[in-house]
Design a binder for this molecule. Structure first.
Ligand SMILES: *Cc1c(COP(=O)(O)O)cnc(C)c1O
Length: 462
């Protein structure tokens, strides 16, 4: 044990520290190195005075602490992670990953000037919405289209533009709250509409809508209950019947589809998730859905439907406040091009579709491959049959069969293992189930396997 004063006197001067080769040759901004050095030394001094450090520490040891701090300071706050949860549309982890094509498209437009609002053929002002309008009408079959910041703002804009000061009729079974305090009744209030709830939680009949219509009614609203499911004695009115009623009464039918899949998910064993094309065929006047859920594109609110309504929505002043940006438009156009080239192309190029459509025997082989890499580093693990959620509030009750690598640490707790993997420079986020740590391979990329295997062996044996 050394005297406090002796330890304090042993701290090297700042310029001496900075001249040490580990710091002088460190590939980092000088400002970060100076900041890290000052922080580290101050911290050291404080700990000595508090009696928590009782031994002299070498300059080299302090320099190593500074290097670690520089790395923390220089690391972006917003950065990639390895998703080993198996949840393809994990909202906390950024929902859909873009296709390479979409990522390249964003890269291609961001550092240059573009024709964002410029009509090249005519040499005059153009519209930012034109870049994706034709693709959207082509892939959905709708007459017209508009894109805004996200689906929540799409719903807000549609209701403000089409139903202000009027009544909107919606089934009690569809008064959804999605994440982040977005509730259908409260949105209506914000839009100055009066929500007229009809039916009961479990059952709504056509006559409930018929009886609720008055001269103040502006629209009929259908909301896809994407994040919950009422089971048992249930009934709801079909889109076709709602559209028929709307036509008879001269009222537009609006549908918030939530996820908005362009492919039938039945082929992946996911049941009852409606397609966008189905709503268009049913004759719904205005449909909105997210860009970054089942579509597999960037965050966006996509509004499609009859031209007469889309034109009204486009002209509403709120549209400017929820405007879509150029990076989103680039990514969305590229994503839609994959769909326009056919479903097979979309399934090949769009990560969400290839993840959801992964064959269970391929997932088993992928998990076996990861397990082999982990074992080759001297760590025990087991390949297990498991189930994955889709995520993003989509198809909440359906789980997809999968395979995962299970780890049961002996030298630390499962929570400790979880923390060690999570706190890395490239964090690994898996899940804990029944006291076992699981790496679910559906959402993992094989190019990360060597890194993950190395990280697992360090965390389990270190
Ligand atoms: C997800 C969802 C929304 C919100 O979409 P964002 O793109 O996240 O704003 C709205 N309605 C329903 C039914 C949803 O599922």
């Amino acid at each position: 044990m050394a005297e406090k004063n002796e330890i304090l006197r042993s701290i090297p001067k700042m310029d001496e520290l900075l001249r040490l080769s580990v710091l002088a040759e460190l590939n980092a901004a000088q400002a970060s190195i100076t900041e890290a050095a000052r922080e580290t030394v101050e911290n050291f001094r404080r700990e000595v005075l508090a009696g928590n450090i009782t031994e002299v520490v070498s300059a080299e040891e302090l320099a190593q602490q500074i290097v670690r701090r520089v790395k923390q300071l220089e690391q972006p706050a917003f950065r990639p992670i390895v998703n080993a949860t198996g949840v393809s549309l994990h909202t906390n982890l950024g929902r859909a990953c873009l296709s390479k094509r979409a990522a390249d498209a964003v890269y291609g437009v961001v550092s240059r000037y573009t024709n964002l609002e410029y009509n090249i053929e005519e040499g005059r002002r153009g519209s930012r919405y034109d870049h994706v309008k034709n693709l959207l009408t082509k892939v959905t079959g709708a007459e017209s289209a508009l894109v805004v910041n996200n689906n929540a703002s799409a719903v807000l804009l549609i209701l403000c533009a089409m139903a202000n000061k009027g009544e909107v009729i919606c089934s009690r079974g569809e008064l959804v709250e999605i994440g982040g305090a977005f509730r259908v009744p409260e949105i209506m209030q914000q839009c100055g509409c009066y929500l007229k709830e009809v039916g009961a939680t479990n059952k709504t009949h056509l006559k409930d809508y018929v009886n609720a219509i008055t001269e103040n009614t502006k629209a009929l609203l259908k909301v896809h209950t994407s994040n919950f499911k009422i089971v048992g004695f249930t009934d709801s009115v079909s889109l076709v019947d709602m559209v028929k009623l709307g036509r008879e009464k001269g009222l537009p039918v609006i549908e918030d589809l939530g996820s908005g899949s362009l492919v039938d998910l039945e082929q992946f064993g996911i049941h009852d998730e409606p397609t966008v094309q189905n709503s268009v065929r049913a004759g719904v006047d205005v449909i909105s859905f997210s860009g970054d859920k089942l579509l597999g594109g960037p965050q966006a609110g996509i509004i499609i439907g009859k031209k007469q309504y889309i034109d009204i929505i486009k002209r509403h002043p709120l549209n400017r406040a929820v405007r879509v940006d150029k990076m989103t438009l680039a990514a969305l156009e590229a994503t839609l091009r994959s769909y326009a080239e056919g479903e097979e192309q979309a399934k090949k190029e769009i990560p969400v579709l290839s993840m959801l459509g992964a064959k269970v025997e391929d997932l088993r082989a992928k998990a076996e491959y990861l397990a082999t890499m982990i074992r080759s580093r001297g760590t025990e693990c087991e390949v297990r049959s498991e189930e994955d959620q889709v995520g993003g509030g989509s198809v909440p009750t359906q789980l997809l069969p999968t395979f995962a690598v299970a780890l049961s640490p002996k030298n630390c707790s499962v929570d400790g293992l979880e923390q060690r993997l999570r706190l890395r420079e490239l964090p690994i986020v898996g899940r804990i189930h029944d006291g076992v740590y699981l790496l679910s391979v559906r959402t993992m990329e094989e190019k990360d396997f060597a890194y993950v295997a190395e990280a697992v062996s360090e965390a389990m044996n270190g």
